[in-house]
Design a binder for this molecule. Sequence first.
Ligand code: GLC
Length: 743
Amino acid sequence: MLRLVTVLLTLIIASTGLASTIKAKELIESKVENLLSKMTLEEKIGQLVQYSGTELTGPQGQSINAASLVKKGKIGSFLNITGVENTEAIQKIAVEQSRLKIPLLFGLDVIHGYKTIFPVPLATASSWDPQMLEKIEQISADEATASGVTWAFSPMVNVARDPRWGRVVEGYGEDTYLTTQMALAVVRGLQGDSLANKNTILACIKHYVAYALVQAGREYWTVTVSERDLWTIYMPAYKAAVDAGVGSIMPAFTSVNAVPMTANKKLVHDILKEEWGFNGIAVSDWNAVLELIPHGVAKDAYQCAELAMDAGVDIDMVSGAYDYQLPKLIKDNKITMKQLDDAVTRVLRKKFELGLFKNPYLYNDLSREKETILSNSNLKESRKAAQRSMVLLKNNNNLLPLSKRIKRIAVIGPLADDKNNPLGPWSAKGVHNSAISVLQGIKDSVSAGTQVLYAKGCNINDHNKKMFEAAVNTAYKSDIVIAVVGESADMSGEAASRADIDLPGVQKDLLKALYNTGVPVVAVLMNGRPLTINWTKNYIPAILETWFLGSEAGNAIADVIFGDYNPSGKLPITFPYCVGQIPIYYNYKQSGRPETLANAPLKYESKYIDIPNTPLFPFGYGLSYTTFDYSNITLTKDKIKPNENLTVKIEVTNTGKVKGIETVQLYIHDRVASVTHPVKVLKGFKKIFLKPGNSKIVTFKIKPSDLELYNQEMKKVVEPGIFDVYIGTNSVDVKSASFEVVE
Ligand code: GLC
């Protein structure tokens, strides 16, 4: 029997190409081991040192003599050095003048595009389209690798429930399942099937872990999280990416439950590396190793390097602590040669996987750089992604879409003629002022007979109302106003927390002045976080959330305004009614005194006395120019065993007048369990395309893993009892059915 199994296994491995993959991995391991055995202590430490080029993405730079350090093998990677010529010049020193000729890695924050800029992650999250995201990440990798960049510090997958924190723009919203699907799409898009391909790049999932929980939404501040929330909400995206083969990970600047992530041996070494078997590189965030001193857990650089190395941080990004302190830490036997060799092995392994030893100039092809970057096809993909990443929040009396033959249209607002802010924060090598503005996009879309007027109205974030009069006069001369308002790109992203998340400056007053002219106003929002736009929601008849859409922003926005694309986006994050509600999210727990919404409101309930519990706009919400009806929800069984699957079906009909894409969302609710749990949790979504009058039966398979929870002993179990299934167009408007799990 054993012989039969062995023969069968051998046949399977041989037939599925698994054999060649295993062989290739074994070959790399032996090459790494062989190279490691030749390396001096200084050369080993060098592989763990990363310095920055001149474009600083952190508080301070370092003045180093790169060429001489590289020649001595004292640097293993750089960030913020780009372009075939620049990277090749330094790579040449490493592979032609150093003793062991170990090639360098070149890292960059390729967060939403390299030079062709795509919508920011919070925008692509609004598309709920992992396939689209994978495609644009492939393009980002193609452009970056064509410029000599071999490492992208992306995806950022911090599940975020606090829009005061600026980096919500860099992630995929408040839900674990959606964030995980998008994170996997980015890793697939960047790393492809093999890192050895010249157009695939090392990905880096970050910032490990729960960085978005910074207290009060204040950047870099303290994170406290329960074990249950850590494992239920914040760890799954990282585990999924590690299982999918992500090549590197970046611990967060922040402390989690009083232990800075850069010194968090339990979460980095024990769980990530030992328990999960992560075989890639753990790279610190910018200067984070030395920041263990202000964190108060290290007294000097020597102790910083010891703690970080001991925790399992392999590469020190720009602090120099490893460069200067590791030699002594090894001599003092504070860090063992085994620890050092493990870190160096991880770095060399990724360099071999990238094919850099086979051909160190694989990523230095000038002609490829010229023909790949900013190609028309890449810009076309950016426009498509931008169309799909917008969310129609309001459209009273179907004011939108507008006719292209409208006589006079006024485009007004501080972001109306802006060609730079649409590129968003972290726009990599995106060229300053290279985006298509909304004004330009509208001018290029309307008919020859349409008069397009423009007024700035006000600045983005000051108190100057001197331009109001001109804007109001412009509005009076038009049949409709497109008001383009929101934040500047640098009001979100890193180091950009806001305590007040309404429209900045006097923009709300500008909207009021335009509204008071009686000319219909369409608000186009350009922002990096949910905004508490209560007045706008109450008074402005049409509101389009566009986030920061990248190079083709204006064209895509015009495509939606004039109906060339029917908006299909859904919110990946809740819009709070006001800051006082934060953190507010769809998968909340009931409490022992839930709000009963009784006619005569009861006093002793979980609510505020001055604001509602409900948000301004809920998770999963987004309108279309058509309407979709949900009916006939059915389950294949009404009782299942804990290890059984279940299928749920629902009919969706396009009951409107235009074709459209709908994102059908599946939520699960465990009615009674051994621990408190959310009123619903997203467990699936499907995008469907329907022509007017057409219907489609949408099917979801519910698996035991969809019903699991961590019990009081923190064991993952499926408990017997009744479960509700909710399916709908957002997290509130749903059809429901229920089933029972029986022992
Ligand atoms: C920044 C960010 C991180 C980025 C790194 C390098 O401070 O926190 O996301 O990858 O430094 O630019």
